[in-house]
Design a protein around this ligand. Structure first.
Ligand SMILES: [Zn+2]
Length: 262
């Protein structure tokens, strides 16, 4: 989605900003349109699950929550029920932030102080210098919590959501409930590689791509991806044929193979 937004917005001037429905996880600030109108987009970046639209004025931070999408629509787009924010650029591009469940939000980063939301985040999983087996050995030390919970802890590593944690643990052959501290170093080497592989494959497959409502019905690439364990409870393991099991770990549903994952 970052790549999609960057291709549409980089170098463009935000000509018009319209708040359609201000209520999201946090109310959209009244000043947002006046701050962003006339700003030129420098780049669209991502940190953890935050999209950061850097402009020559302020930075717009966007979190998609559960159901948020940025939709590329035609300029004659009629506001839909769950449209919250509309951006029009100087080249006639129109983007709408739509969010039926309203767990997402958009806000401006402070102009002159570090963003509190970005301060306590762990390393990016695709950064080998920061996220590697040595690092996991260090942070998993004495941690008895399930390895899956720690893998999804944004203070340990960012951006590994429920789907990708489940998939990476399956590939690495690690039981999601295993106490993190008991996973041996060589298995953490494998886990790091598997996390990176599933994320890179998801990105290549379109991840959760920007929804192009000009051409399609807006169905994202996300669930067109096939998963080995995610949402496959009761189905046979692709590795050994054993029926996959479902557990609740840290309040999240987790499907795993009791035979392949130890
Ligand atoms: Zn299996």
């Amino acid at each position: 989605m970052r790549a999609g937004l960057d291709a549409l917005l980089r170098g463009r001037v935000i000509a018009r900003v319209e708040v359609l429905r201000p209520m999201l996880r946090f109310r959209i600030a009244k000043e947002l349109p006046s701050v962003l109108e006339g700003a030129r987009v420098v780049a669209v970046e991502r940190r953890a699950k935050y999209l950061l639209v850097r402009t020559d004025k302020r930075t717009l931070l966007s979190h998609l929550g559960m159901t948020g999408t940025w939709q590329h629509v035609t300029s004659d787009h009629v506001a839909q029920k769950h449209d919250h924010l509309r951006l029009d650029t100087d080249d006639g591009t129109t983007l709408v932030y739509n969010d039926p469940r309203k767990f997402g939000f958009v806000e401006l980063l402070p102009a002159d102080s570090p963003a509190p939301r970005l301060a306590a985040l762990g390393p990016e999983p695709l950064d080998p210098s920061a996220f590697n087996a040595d690092y996991l050995v260090r942070v998993f030390r004495k941690r008895k919590a399930p390895v899956k919970s720690l893998l999804m802890d944004q203070a340990i590593v960012v951006g590994v959501g429920n789907i990708y944690a489940a998939e990476a643990l399956f590939r690495a052959g690690i039981h999601p409930k295993r106490a993190a501290t008991t996973v041996k170093r060589e298995r953490l080497v494998r886990l790091v590689a598997c996390v990176r592989d599933v994320l890179n494959e998801a990105i290549a497959a379109g991840g959760s791509t920007i929804d192009d409502y000009r051409k399609t019905n807006g169905q994202s690439g996300y669930f067109q991806h096939t998963f080995a364990v995610y949402a496959r409870e009761g189905e046979p393991c692709l590795g050994c044929g054993t029926t996959l099991k479902l557990a609740r770990i840290g309040g999240r549903s987790s499907v795993y193979c009791g035979k392949c994952q130890r």
